[in-house]
Design a protein around this ligand. Structure first.
Ligand code: BG6
Length: 523
């Protein structure tokens, strides 16, 4: 297909639009020596500091079991920030690192929290943050309640709104591993925290293109009238990764693709694509609509021909030109594991807007490329004046929202092929963020950290959203846990687009998965 459109040039602009000035605060990271801190949180904090968006007077405290001085922590974090800093940015990194401190201890030891409390006391008077704190729990989920309880017992979670003092706790996924455990986690957190203090993070919601779903739908008058069953034939959501399980088998063997990607990232994207327009861009108004949408998803039938959800597991294959092992040959994976690395599902939303419109969702590891997109296929024209072969040439319009890595939006449409005969050709209107924002897009964690400091929960997940998503998927997980032979994951070669059975799921409806760039090559 041809790229038809040239872009109106929009000058580079500052993409951060912080509606209110962030207040100075202390950001305390539990799990400071972990991967997330070094790869994502540290660079995100540095970037917002560099842009002057982190209030002067804010500070960072890393916590972990490893004994380290402030200086050692700075040099270890600094090592990860060097790549981020860019040339000539060294002094800025140093200024940022000077605000970073470290407290070591064991998460279940009350003495650690006493030390933390006195350290925070000192730092808060030095930096004058007024006791405003973010505690970021980048730790294994089994420790969430342990840390929360201890923070509460040391009175570190107490707020004093009259003095403008607040305490917020960011919780990384997974929020439980099924419905019951997620409700139990809530009960544990509520022992010391209020829902308004809990920031359940899903980094997909911080991605620019995911946020853009809201602006695209609700700030443009032309899409809303066609965003329904009258005009849309079906919707496909794809989240593909080329990586395998890597060194995360310990976690992934307990999780699998349904918990790792579906319950959170995909459900969130689906809710933004399909929800009703909220009355305002207020956290609870937006989240009310998301919950309503999630509640409208019809329970997935587990039996009968052409089930609505299937799973796959990658076998050995070729990924990015290299031979790679199958999932069960990966280090630390049970050789008989039936954990899924791929899921495809057909969802129905039982509401007026979407009645009769299937949502096909697929997500997997070791697929040929990393790509995420939402593709909306419109209905065929109701009557074609073009007859015979020409009518057969007509493809429906498809609107594609590319979430990553080629962030953008495209719309295919039919045009006449220039020439003496009437022949049709599908063309695309293409918008790429990179053509307009050459600086690149901010990392998801930047936006989310700033929102947390600003007290804006819109892009964080509320307790009821978690519960509804688990409520839908728990019966599937329970059924798969029975290890019935007919539920074993279908195998697909690493580097392919998933099991053939996923193709059949759509073929049974007379449809096919949208061909992604390069798709078909690996099969
Ligand atoms: C994480 C999952 O939440 O998201 C990982 O645990 C996955 O398994 C990752 O690889 C994908 O995130 P992104 O931003 O690379 O699409």
């Amino acid at each position: 297909m041809t790229d038809l459109v040239s872009h109106t040039h929009i000058p580079n602009r500052d993409y951060h639009c912080v509606e209110k000035q962030l207040e100075p605060c202390g950001i305390v990271i539990f799990g400071a020596s972990g991967d997330l801190t070094h790869r994502k949180l540290g660079p995100a904090l540095l970037n917002i500091y560099r842009q002057g968006l982190l209030a002067e007077g804010s500070f960072v405290v890393g916590c972990g079991r490893t004994e380290m001085s402030d200086e050692q922590f700075r040099s270890s974090l600094g090592g990860s920030l060097k790549g981020e800093a860019g040339t000539g940015d060294g002094p800025m990194v140093d200024m940022f690192l000077r605000r970073c401190h470290y407290v070591a201890g064991s998460y279940d030891d009350p003495a650690f929290y006493t030390r933390m409390s006195s350290r925070l006391g000192e730092l808060e008077s030095k930096y004058t943050t007024g006791g405003r704190r973010v505690f970021y729990l980048s730790i294994p989920p089994s420790l969430f309640p342990v840390v929360a309880d201890n923070l509460g017992a040391a009175r570190l979670t107490a707020e004093n709104h009259a003095n403008g003092q607040w305490v917020r706790v960011v919780v990384e996924k997974p929020f439980g591993h099924d419905l019951e455990s997620s409700l139990e986690l809530d009960r544990q957190l509520y022992r010391v925290l209020d829902e308004k203090q809990i920031y359940r993070i899903d980094h997909y919601l911080g991605k620019e293109t995911v946020q853009n779903l809201l602006v695209f739908r609700f700030a443009n008058a032309i899409f809303e009238p066609v965003w329904n069953r009258n005009f849309i034939d079906h919707v496909q959501i794809t989240v593909a990764e080329d990586v395998g399980v890597g060194h995360r088998a310990g976690y992934y063997e307990q999780s699998g693709q349904l918990r790792d990607m579906f319950q959170n990232h995909i459900m969130q994207m689906l809710s933004l694509v399909a929800m009703e327009p909220p009355s305002s861009f207020d956290a609870d108004r937006v989240r009310d609509e998301k919950v309503k949408l999630l509640r409208s998803i019809r329970p997935l039938p587990l039996d009968g021909p052409g089930g609505a959800i299937l799973r796959g597991q990658y076998g050995a294959g070729i990924s990015r030109g290299e031979k790679v092992p199958g999932y069960t040959q990966e280090p630390d994976v049970d050789p008989h594991s039936s954990v899924e690395t791929y899921v495809a599902a057909k969802l129905w939303l039982d509401n007026w807007r979407w009645n009769g419109v299937p949502f096909y969702i697929r997500s997997g590891k070791r697929l040929p490329r990393r790509t995420s997109e939402v593709a909306i296929t419109f209905k065929q024209v109701p009557h074609s004046m073009f007859s015979g072969a020409l009518a057969g040439q007509m493809e429906p319009n498809v609107l594609v929202i590319n979430i990553q890595p080629e962030e953008g939006v495209s719309l295919t449409f039919q045009a006449k092929q220039p020439g003496p005969r009437v022949q049709m050709v599908p063309l695309t209107l293409d918008f790429h963020y990179r053509d307009v924002y050459s600086k690149g897009l901010p990392e998801a964690y930047e936006r989310l950290l700033m929102d947390c400091v600003a007290g804006d929960q819109t892009l964080f997940i509320r307790n009821d959203e978690v519960a509804v998503a688990w409520g839908l998927l728990t019966p599937v997980l329970e059924r798969w846990a029975e290890q019935r032979p007919e539920d074993r994951p279908f195998s697909y070669p690493a580097g392919s687009w998933g099991p053939q059975e996923a193709e059949r799921m759509l073929a049974a409806d007379g449809r096919r998965w949208r061909l992604l760039e390069g798709e078909g090559v690996a099969r």
